[in-house]
Write a protein that binds this ligand. Structure first.
Ligand SMILES: Cc1cc2nc3c(=O)[nH]c(=O)nc-3n(C[C@H](O)[C@H](O)[C@H](O)COP(=O)(O)O)c2cc1C
Length: 199
């Protein structure tokens, strides 16, 4: 059984860039500002740079190498506990970062029957190609992707030094995305409380 509707939703924010000197923290700071305004949500920032996972997956049915369990313990329980996800992703060569795919691939049931929203950033395309590819990947993992996204085009010019964005349209987009994520997270959590997900 899962939590009743009144319990705040647990939203795991996956930070997809692990690159040295990455821009990601600015976007994450902006996003956590939005999530923090909501009484009905509790955000958990899963920063893949701080919780590196092994990059070699075990053969099917085989035990992973020593040390794997310790690395996974910093991420997997937090994904399992989440009611919803926001992936913060840049665009690398018209796709999403390898570290994000690796974190996705290490898990399976943790994604099942849960909604995923996307905040993307990059050059002219604002990371939208990364997002569209992530939708295909997450469908395979029995997750529901949220229609509305927030994308930062030429992101490095979009924020001030406090990670604020001086564009009301961006705030409107963020609210719409978070509202949709919340709706799906409640709907799916409520549904799973009466009927286990049919993976
Ligand atoms: C390997 C690599 C490939 C990139 N490819 C693209 C791209 O295809 N489209 C784009 O808009 N930006 C691209 N960029 C620019 C990134 O979107 C930009 O550097 C962004 O700041 C990366 O996020 P990060 O700093 O948090 O890692 C690329 C950057 C890197 C490092």
């Amino acid at each position: 059984m899962t939590a009743p509707t009144s319990t705040p939703l647990r939203v795991a924010v996956l930070v997809g860039s692990t690159r040295e000197g990455r821009f990601a923290p600015v976007v994450v700071k902006w996003l956590t500002g939005h999530l923090g305004q909501r009484d009905d949500l509790r955000a958990d920032i899963v920063d893949l740079a701080e919780t590196p996972l092994p990059t070699v997956l075990p053969a099917f049915g085989q035990e992973p190498p020593p040390g794997t369990a310790e690395a996974l313990a910093t991420v997997s329980p937090r994904l399992a506990a989440a009611d919803a996800f926001v992936f913060v992703t840049p665009e690398y060569n018209h796709s999403f970062p390898a570290a994000l795919k690796n974190a996705i691939d290490w898990h399976n049931t943790e994604w099942h029957g849960k909604p995923v929203a996307f905040v993307s950033y990059g050059g002219l395309s604002g990371g939208l190609r990364a997002v569209e590819q992530l939708r295909v990947v997450m469908a395979e993992l029995n997750a529901t992707t949220i229609r509305n996204t927030v994308s930062f085009h030429n992101a490095w010019g979009a924020f001030d030094e406090s990670a604020r964005v001086d564009d009301p349209a961006v705030d409107t987009a963020a609210k719409a995305m978070i509202d949709q994520l919340t709706w799906w997270a409640h709907a799916l959590r409520d549904a799973k409380s009466v009927r286990p997900y049919a993976a």
